[in-house]
Write a protein that binds this ligand. Structure first.
Ligand code: ADP
Length: 504
């Protein structure tokens, strides 16, 4: 039997320890699915407040300094709550991680001033797990880095004579790059020789994400369409050139969803459970949701929902653009989310103005997100870009029809309703192309028309509910990359020759 590689999965967030969005969901579900395939995969995260308690962590090894610019760290080992078979290492460094606020920002939403050091330490610890000696009595064959927060790990590996692991970086969102002043090079323990085009430099700054994209042996992103999009100036945020050069080492793998946690037949957050053979619960949830939100409890009026960070990326401004026109139709709207203050203010005003028809729920509330998914008729995701998106997959499973912009993972997981897709049984939602008011509104009106045709609507719902978005097939694709990396030294050789050629 062929030996499976050991993998360290380095991440800044993981459900249910700390979660701000899609990355946290993926960081628990993907390792759990890979464990099912027999992979010894262990998660590495910073020990934010309460993390060590939640993983029932015990210290492994002494405390030691990993970066010139940071206090010493200790490693705690425990298990991921809800997934007993998945081991978690937490990096304890109270001066960096033990503070109130979010993983990236303080409670006012301002980035932590020392994020470079906070995630430099995470990256450096990850790289040490990939050295011949390993760390805490264990070493990884593969470092699986995620987003910019662990993007420096492949750079540390590249400069460590004792490195043995191969590396993969998964881009969950290219817009967040972790760009900092080059003055931090020494504090981060990086040699100045790598502050170069063929290295960590990016428009005069030190970029964690660019470091990962340049030094990692392989790059993946969270949907096939996003893998193509990030090679273009429109979606590449300045990194498209490098990504295009590396496109033979780039794979797009659509995220799955945690089908145990998101299962309307077994969801503890729902007042009424339902499934493909027992549909009545859905309308009960709708009624309870309407009552809870202070909306008129009318069964026949379509209830539209958005569950999202309130940012330009997610197209919340497009929702604000169409809302007055939308209110000329018999519809209700619920928005659950937090983000830019200005959007929150506008949504509060709207909810006051249309108090029986629009509800705004500020904040991040997991329990409520399940009830909204179950009670709504449509989930709207007018994203400008969407690397994968999870809400549309949850919604199909919950018989809630997604109305989405055709981009990234939305394009890969939703099939627009057309006469043809209705006939061949593939229609699962409604899709528009241009990120503008007119196209979004036209798409919403198309969906509202379909809602009023019960025969069409229930077919779209049935098709969505029958889709399988479990992690199994995606996890197999990740395993295939890990396996191929063990022997693939192509990029290492190309990189070395690039660096030699560019030396003065
Ligand atoms: P992103 O990671 O860009 O925020 P994704 O669609 O990949 O977007 O993942 C967002 C996840 O976070 C989904 O599971 C969504 O249901 C959840 N979510 C977003 N905002 C909220 C909120 N305010 N309350 C509860 N869950 C939320």
């Amino acid at each position: 039997m062929n030996q499976k590689p050991s993998v360290l999965f380095a991440t800044a967030e993981v459900h249910p320890l700390v979660n701000t969005g899609g990355l946290g969901d993926v960081a628990s579900a993907l390792p759990a699915a890979l464990r099912q395939l027999g992979v010894d995969i262990r998660i590495l995260i910073p020990a934010y407040p309460r993390v060590i308690d939640q993983i029932k962590g015990i210290p492994v090894g002494e405390s030691y300094r990993v970066l010139p610019g940071a206090s010493p760290v200790r490693i705690f080992q425990g298990i991921l709550p809800g997934h007993d078979s998945v081991a978690v290492y937490a990096v304890e460094c109270p001066s960096l991680y033990d503070r109130n606020g979010g993983p990236y920002t303080d409670s006012n939403g301002t980035d932590w001033w020392d994020n470079a050091i906070r995630f430099g330490v995470l990256s450096r610890v990850a790289a040490l797990f990939g050295s011949t000696d390993g760390l805490a009595g264990w070493s990884a064959d593969i470092l699986h880095c995620n987003d910019w927060h662990s993007g420096l790990a492949p750079a540390y590996l590249a400069h460590d004579p004792n490195a043995r692991a191969r590396s993969l970086i998964t881009v969950h969102n290219l817009a967040f790059q972790g760009n900092f002043s080059p003055d931090l090079m020494s504090a981060l323990g990086l040699p100045w020789s790598c502050f170069a085009l063929h290295g960590v430099e990016f428009y005069g700054q030190l970029s964690f994400l660019k470091a990962g994209l340049y030094y990692a042996d392989h790059i993946s992103t969270v949907s096939p369409t996003y893998a193509k999009e990030i090679q273009t100036p429109e979606y590449g945020f300045g990194l498209h050139g490098l990504i295009a050069v590396r496109n033979t080492a780039l794979t797009g793998i659509l995220n799955g969803i945690d089908t145990t946690q998101w299962d309307p037949q077994n969801d503890p957050y729902l007042p009424a459970r339902y499934g493909p053979k027992k549909l009545v619960g859905k309308s009960v949830n709708k009624q309870i949701l309407q009552e809870r939100l202070g909306l008129e409890a009318l069964a026949g009026i379509p209830l539209l929902a958005m569950i999202s960070r309130l940012t330009y990326q997610k197209g919340i401004d497009l929702v604000l653009d169409v809302v007055e026109e939308l209110m000329t139709q018999p519809v209700q709207l619920v928005i659950l989310g937090s983000g830019d203050r200005d959007y929150e203010l506008q949504l509060r005003q709207l909810a006051r103005r249309y108090s029986r028809r629009i509800s705004f729920l500020p904040g991040y509330d997991e329990a409520l997100s399940h009830l909204v998914e179950a009670g709504a008729d449509m989930l709207i995701m007018p994203s400008r870009f969407e690397p994968c998106g999870l809400g549309q997959m949850y919604s199909m499973r919950y018989r809630t029809v997604p109305v989405v912009r055709c981009t990234g993972g939305l394009a890969d997981s939703v099939v627009d309703t057309t006469p043809r897709s209705l006939v061949n049984g593939t229609a699962t939602g409604f899709m528009f192309y241009g990120a503008n008011q007119a196209e979004f509104l036209a798409c919403l009106l198309r969906a509202l028309l379909a809602y009023n045709d019960p025969g069409v609507w229930s077919r779209v719902q049935d098709n969505g509910m029958a889709r399988n978005f479990s992690w199994e097939s995606s996890a197999k694709q990740y395993l295939a990359i890990y396996d191929s990396l063990i022997s693939d030294r192509t990029w290492l050789q190309v990189r070395r020759s690039l660096e030699t050629m560019s030396r003065p």
